[in-house]
Design a protein around this ligand. Structure first.
Ligand code: ATP
Length: 645
């Protein structure tokens, strides 16, 4: 499809080599991408745009491509730097009003009809009579302004934001306002997953290379180059998730040199490897049959990726790549105690667990979360709940990435280069026994020691290599809850609220939850949840959710038949347990994957707020379909057992 070179993105007025990328080129491409549901077409459209950007950038200019890519994925920096958009509806409505002269009441009423503030902004702009054509927007200008908006904080920041947005909107033409406003909201909603952006980036680089070499590869050769390019870029990005580093390198050394140039680097957190749930020890044994595997305690704390640079700088990152060094000053302070002299730079994967220093007992996550309400810049001496770091993997050591080494070797290096320190640093407890009885005994022991169960991991061969950002079958989690038949929990986004009744009239009494489909960038509703909340919890949820209320269901929330009293900006993630999943004519989760109907949770129960997850990290429809299938299988086998009996 990338062969299918289109130049629909050509811009009236031209776009000369060396000139800044016109924002209109992006807006046009976004509109075309939005209009198709075919992934191949989306990829090809974006490839065309990125190729144009490469062709028309001056020698040595990586910024044009970099900023274009950032706007396409709706981010302004790598995750760990954390410059985020997500401007509230009221600020945007105000800015639309100011730049178009329309009243707020009319804008709000349009929004109620359309459910898409981007569209409302565009229509409002296009209704306006303008005497002079504004100066065309460029990508560097838009990017700089988005960044300024995201960075402005404090007292008068609201007014400042409104004024910058007003200025941006005043310069918008055609469809630009639609995408500028959606960018500001935090989601472009054109069905462009980040994976597609990576593939398009790779394809554009390959095609640019072909042009530069004035070669005409035959169809097969080009196809294989494109495929290889996509593989390389995706894999490099998963090791070094920073476009700031990958994009300039790609332009400089091309696909062929990229892996050598961009490797896991301390200071740039990678997306952690995740595990698949299993329901029984038998399932683990089936999966790992004939292979060497290890069981480790599954500690009940917070994931912590600890980086140390050659110069001694330490960084602690969350599973979301957020910098937690300020939240865990005690971890930073403790770290030197466990490092041996030979250890200079490293990245370890670990769990930070609350520990009672008088008894050495591990405390559940709830204790740890008490710290989370603290200020972000806590002083070590003020910390009540202390943490111990349980290291379970070593991903980088003294200048060398270890992702492609066997777990056996990574573990040996970990034990060789670090030392346990009471209450501060331990190696995750492990057992390499393989019989059902041994695993059961180790599981019981883990629970007795305050853990959630076990993580079972492949030990040898390529299957034991570290797979960043993957929920891998080579890591299985065996939680005590599953064995009790409870099933895995889900992380769901709160998208709607129902006003309370009786005593609960001043709060929301129930909530509408949704899963997140990264491919279509949509939230799919899954259940209403209204039990298990204390009065205090309801009050706290009210405080957090009330400012997120929307005029109308946002376009990227696939509501189905759900009709909450209010809709929220999808931002808050809750962990929820369910007794059962069922097909539902009302909700839209995983629709079309198992059945034309969606899947819903029966008797959902709130467990906790997942502050460490963004709305994009919520459970996806694939996982929900998988859970449903497992349940059907389990019910089938229990029926069979009963029948056989
Ligand atoms: P969960 O709710 O189970 O934590 P999750 O989506 O956050 O789900 P999973 O992949 O499902 O992540 O479970 C793995 C998590 O368990 C890791 O993210 C990590 O925080 C924690 N953990 C505790 N002990 C270990 C261990 N020994 N190895 C790997 N992960 C561990």
């Amino acid at each position: 499809a990338a062969l299918d070179r289109k130049t629909e993105v050509d811009i009236p007025g031209g776009w000369k080599v060396g000139a800044p990328v016109p924002y209109a080129a992006l807006a046009k491409t976004f509109a075309l991408i939005e209009a198709t549901t075919k992934r191949i077409e989306k990829t090809s459209l974006l490839t065309s745009l990125l190729l144009l950007v490469i062709e028309r950038s001056k020698e040595g200019d990586a910024d044009s491509l970099l900023r274009t890519v950032y706007i396409c994925i709706n981010r302004l920096s790598p995750d760990y730097i954390g410059i985020e958009l997500g401007i509230g509806e009221s600020i945007l409505i105000k800015a639309i009003g100011e730049s178009t002269g329309r009243s707020l009441a009319i804008i709000k009423s349009d929004l109620k009809k359309e459910g898409d503030l981007g569209l409302v902004a565009m229509n409002s702009k296009n209704m306006q009579q303008t005497l002079f054509k504004p100066k065309p927007l460029t990508v560097p200008f838009v990017f700089a302004n988005l960044k300024e908006i995201a960075l402005s904080s404090g007292h008068s920041s609201q007014n400042k934001k409104v004024s910058i947005i007003t200025k941006l909107l005043a310069a918008c033409q055609g469809q630009e306002a639609k995408y500028i406003v959606r960018s500001l909201e935090g989601k472009l909603r054109i069905g462009l997953a980040e994976r597609t952006v990576l593939v398009a980036l790779a394809h554009a680089a390959v095609l640019a290379e072909q042009q530069r070499a004035s070669k005409k590869w035959n169809k097969e050769k080009l196809a294989s180059r494109l495929e290889e390019g996509a593989h390389v870029v995706k894999s490099v990005y998963s090791e070094l998730p920073s476009y700031d580093k990958v994009v300039p390198a790609l332009l400089e050394v091309g696909i062929a040199g990229l892996q050598e140039k961009c490797k896991l680097t301390p200071g740039v957190p990678l997306k952690p490897m995740l595990a698949k749930p299993t329901k029984a020890i038998g399932e683990v044994l089936d999966r790992f049959e004939g292979k060497r595997f290890t069981c480790e305690y599954k500690y009940d704390g917070e994931r912590a990726q600890v980086h140390r640079l050659e110069d001694g700088t330490v960084g602690v990152f969350s599973r979301n790549s957020e910098d937690m060094s300020k939240k865990y000053p005690d971890l930073v302070e403790q770290l030197p105690h466990c490092i041996k002299e030979s250890t200079k730079s490293f990245v370890i994967d670990a769990e930070a667990v609350a520990i009672d220093r008088s008894t050495g007992k591990l405390m559940p996550f709830q204790e740890l979360s008490k710290r989370e309400t603290d200020r972000k810049d806590v002083k070590v001496e003020d910390i009540q709940v202390r943490v111990c770091l349980f290291a379970f993997d070593l991903l980088y050591l003294n200048g060398e990435p270890l992702l492609h080494r066997d777990l056996t070797e990574r573990r040996e290096l970990l034990r060789e280069h670090f030392q346990p320190v009471d209450f501060e640093f331990q190696f995750a407890k492990s057992s390499d026994n393989e019989s059902t009885e041994d695993i059961q005994a180790f599981l019981d022991e883990s629970v007795k020691d305050g853990c959630e169960g076990l993580m079972v991991k492949m030990m040898e061969s390529e299957a034991s290599h570290y797979e960043p950002s993957r929920r891998s079958v080579n890591w299985l989690k065996l939680k005590k809850d599953y064995l009790a038949g409870v099933g895995d929990s889900l992380d769901l986004v709160v998208v709607g609220g129902y006003y309370g009744k009786g005593k609960r009239t001043n709060v929301y009494g129930a909530f509408l939850l949704a899963c997140y489909d990264a491919d279509s960038e949509e939230y799919q509703t899954i259940c209403k949840i209204g039990t298990g909340f204390s009065e205090e919890a309801l009050a706290a949820h009210w405080d957090v959710l009330r400012p997120l209320e929307l005029e109308k269901c946002r376009g990227d929330i696939k509501a189905g038949g759900a009709k909450p009293d209010v809709w929220f900006e999808p931002r808050v993630v809750w962990e929820v347990l369910t007794a059962d999943l069922s097909l539902s004519p009302v909700y839209t989760a995983a629709m079309g994957l198992i059945d034309q109907r969606g899947i819903s949770l029966r008797f959902p129960r709130f467990i906790r707020v997942r502050d460490d997850k963004n709305a994009d990290d919520a459970t996806g429809p694939d996982q929900i379909a998988e859970m449903y299938e497992r349940q059907v299988l389990a019910q089938g086998s229990s029926k069979k057992q009963k029948g056989d009996g």
